[in-house]
Design a protein around this ligand. Structure first.
Ligand SMILES: Nc1ncnc2c1ncn2[C@@H]1O[C@H](COP(=O)(O)OP(=O)(O)OP(=O)(O)O)[C@@H](O)[C@H]1O
Ligand SMILES: [Mg+2]
Length: 290
């Protein structure tokens, strides 16, 4: 199974080009869509989820023409939007039952089984009678993934699912995603590099609607091998260094700025080589350096 996106372009009224000739091939497993705010991640995901039309381009899920056979796609799709709203006054079990019905599970016994199975799976069984309004952020996201998993989708799209979660909830959520397994295409968007490093076997970096990198995270890192250098500097020197060299990141380490610089060779005395990580790839890509 494979999702192929070809030449996808979308401009909004007012002239923002949210997608600019995006082509990606997405295999089974967890796929990370990494990009800063406004990159076009949600636009791309809504388009794949058949909720929005592109200006041009094509999407195929194997032989299925996603932009044409919308009903067909929706049967096999799970989608957790970035701003997943919850409905007041309904408990988790009732809500899932409703959504299951909408997804076409009309047999009530089957529906009950599916809902119960999912409540256990996302660890909300003990909270099934609780109203969704009283859920914590993590519980809401786990509920969100439960509704997305109803009907055993082959394509699962989750848009920035861990925003606002504490580290414990985030881990639980990711374990859940990792368990969903190898027979499903899971597309996960985030602007947190760490998320992609931990989870995804394939990824793309997008920025201002364009794909800057697509491939395996370790291949991305290899392209920077030997080209990233580190130095601790004073706070008032950051600008001076940025003016003179390609500073790709600037982090405080014990209160002192530590810069990472992109350069083919040691930029000057005092710089130590670092093994590049995905974060370097991300910032180097955004700066147009690799
Ligand atoms: N309905 C809309 N009308 C006009 N412009 C829009 C609309 N939706 C998104 N945009 C613009 O399109 C660009 C891409 O937005 P999009 O929401 O797809 O990015 P994103 O990568 O999901 O960002 P974030 O990380 O903030 O969620 C942005 O410049 C955004 O302002
Ligand atoms: Mg978004």
């Amino acid at each position: 199974m494979e999702l192929r996106i070809e030449g996808l372009t979308k401009s909004y009224k007012g002239g923002v080009r949210a997608l600019d000739n995006v082509s990606l091939t997405i295999p089974r497993g967890l796929y990370g869509l990494l990009g800063p705010n406004g990159a076009g991640k949600s636009t791309l995901m809504r388009t794949i989820a058949t909720l929005q039309e592109p200006d041009s381009g094509a999407i195929h899920l194997d032989d299925l023409d996603v932009l044409r056979a919308k009903d067909e796609v929706r049967k096999t799709l799970g989608y957790l939007p970035q701003d997943f709203g919850v409905y007041p006054r309904v408990n988790a079990e009732e809500m899932l039952d409703q959504i299951a019905l909408l997804k076409g599970i009309t047999n009530s016994k089957q529906r009950k089984e599916a809902v119960h199975e999912l409540l256990h799976r996302v660890n909300l069984w003990d909270h099934r009678r609780k109203r969704l309004t009283g859920f914590s952020g993590g519980m809401r996201q786990r509920f969100g993934i439960a509704q997305a998993l109803l009907g055993s989708p082959k394509l699962l799209i989750v848009d920035e699912p861990t925003a606002g979660l504490d580290p414990g909830e985030r881990n639980r959520f990711y374990n859940l995603l990792a368990e969903i397994g190898d027979n499903v295409i899971v597309i996960l968007s985030t602007h947190i590099v760490q998320d992609v490093m931990e989870l995804c076997s394939n990824m793309a970096i997008i920025h201002l609607g364009k794909v800057l990198f697509a491939g395996a995270p370790d291949r991305a890192v290899q392209t920077l091998e030997g080209k990233v250098w580190r130095k601790s500097i004073e706070r008032d020197q950051v600008k001076e260094y940025s003016d003179r060299m390609h500073v790709i990141s600037n982090k405080l380490v014990a209160g002192r700025p530590q810069i990472h610089v992109f350069a083919e060779a040691q930029p000057e005395e005092g710089f130590a080589p670092v093994a590049p990580d995905l974060e370097d790839v991300f910032f180097a890509s955004l700066a147009g350096l690799n």
